[in-house]
Ligand binder design. Structure first.
Ligand SMILES: [Zn+2]
Ligand SMILES: [Zn+2]
Length: 342
């Protein structure tokens, strides 16, 4: 089978390896769709584990199951979480699933023709896709689950004024979810195309990041935002974030600048204004269930965010598109489709 090894964003190599056979408790799945996540292109985050088979937004079909596997059979359409928390440790018991200390197995990357799913993930990390949810839609389950969790932690509720800074795939899912909750949503980006996507995703107000963002927000909505969701690693955007949150408000760092960046937080001002800063990094099983429900019910429509579908042979182009960010929102790799240029 073909597998793609990621060395860095400009060096991705397709290699032929033997297709594995499932042992006891394991399952072999055929990857039909796998999304490129914004975090896949973050080199400071991924390089320590390179070369690496990336891809954690998977829609797949079961092709073979090992002995003792119950609950799945060849032909089943599934989504598989990249890792599963134990549910028993100090962190899991408190619902802090992303910090589980007992995660032993990760899903091998989905930028490959097949994945051998390890037993722990067969047991607790594999979900049958509802009949009406396509494989391509299935690639949104994991990113939407992360969005669901971040908004839950922030306590976002109906009629809140919510600002989303950075309108890539994650930012646009934040816009859609906040609208579905009945919020008043403002979206900010440097790119006009992304702002058009934000408008189509339901944003009530869009602001070019080069403008006086806080000034426009106040002029149009009467005040600053109750919740600001930072969805880009750009440092200037982080500085905008500080300026756009209202008194008593919440900032969610859904994305952050790299580890080499020094960030100055206006803590004195925030102390007096009682502003909360939260981080949100990943999701847990309840968020995955909620994301599946939102997609199945049509409360969150995701198809309009898909801009590119590429063969595995064209994965380098996919990483270029996502790194550049100007023309693409959601790029999906289809490992069993043929490359456009043969
Ligand atoms: Zn992701
Ligand atoms: Zn745990």
């Amino acid at each position: 089978m073909k597998v793609s090894y990621w060395y860095n964003n400009r060096d991705i190599r397709i290699e032929e390896v033997p297709t594995p056979a499932p042992g006891p408790g394991e399952m072999l799945v055929k990857v039909i769709s796998c999304g490129i996540c914004g975090s896949d292109i973050v080199e400071w985050y991924r390089l320590p584990r390179a070369p690496l088979v990336q891809g954690h937004e998977v829609g797949a079909e079961v092709v073979a199951v090992g002995g003792s596997v119950k609950g799945f059979k060849p032909g089943d359409r599934v989504f598989i979480a990249p890792k599963v928390p134990c549910g028993k440790c100090f962190y899991c018991v408190r619902g802090h699933f992303p910090q589980c200390t007992e995660v032993k197995e990760r899903l091998p990357g989905g930028f490959a023709e097949y994945i051998l799913v390890p037993p722990a993930l067969v047991e607790n990390g594999t979900y049958l896709l509802p009949e009406t949810v396509t494989y391509d839609q299935g690639t949104f389950i994991e990113p939407l689950a992360c969005v669901v969790r971040a908004q839950r932690l922030a306590g976002i509720k109906k009629e809140d004024s919510v600002m989303v800074i950075g309108c890539g795939m994650a930012g646009l899912l934040h816009v859609k979810l906040a609208k579905a909750k009945g919020c008043n949503v403002t979206a900010v980006d440097v790119n006009r195309t992304k702002l058009d996507y934000a408008t189509r995703s339901g944003a009530d107000l869009v602001i070019d990041a080069a403008d006086d963002v806080a000034g426009r927000l106040i002029a149009e909505t009467g005040k600053k935002a109750d919740v600001v969701l930072l969805c880009t690693a750009a440092q200037q955007a982080l500085e905008q974030t500080w300026k756009c949150v209202d008194k008593g408000g919440v900032i969610v760092l859904f994305a952050v600048p790299g580890p080499d960046k020094n960030v100055v937080v206006p803590v004195n001002d925030f102390w007096m204004k009682e502003i909360t800063i939260l981080t949100s990094y990943y999701c847990g099983p309840p968020d995955i269930a909620e994301a599946m429900r939102l997609i199945e019910s049509g409360d969150i429509v995701v198809d309009d965010l898909i801009t590119h579908r590429l063969a595995l042979d064209d994965i380098a182009q996919g990483f270029r598109l996502v790194s550049d960010g100007r023309e693409s929102v959601k790029v999906i790799i289809k490992p069993h489709d043929r490359s456009a240029d043969g």
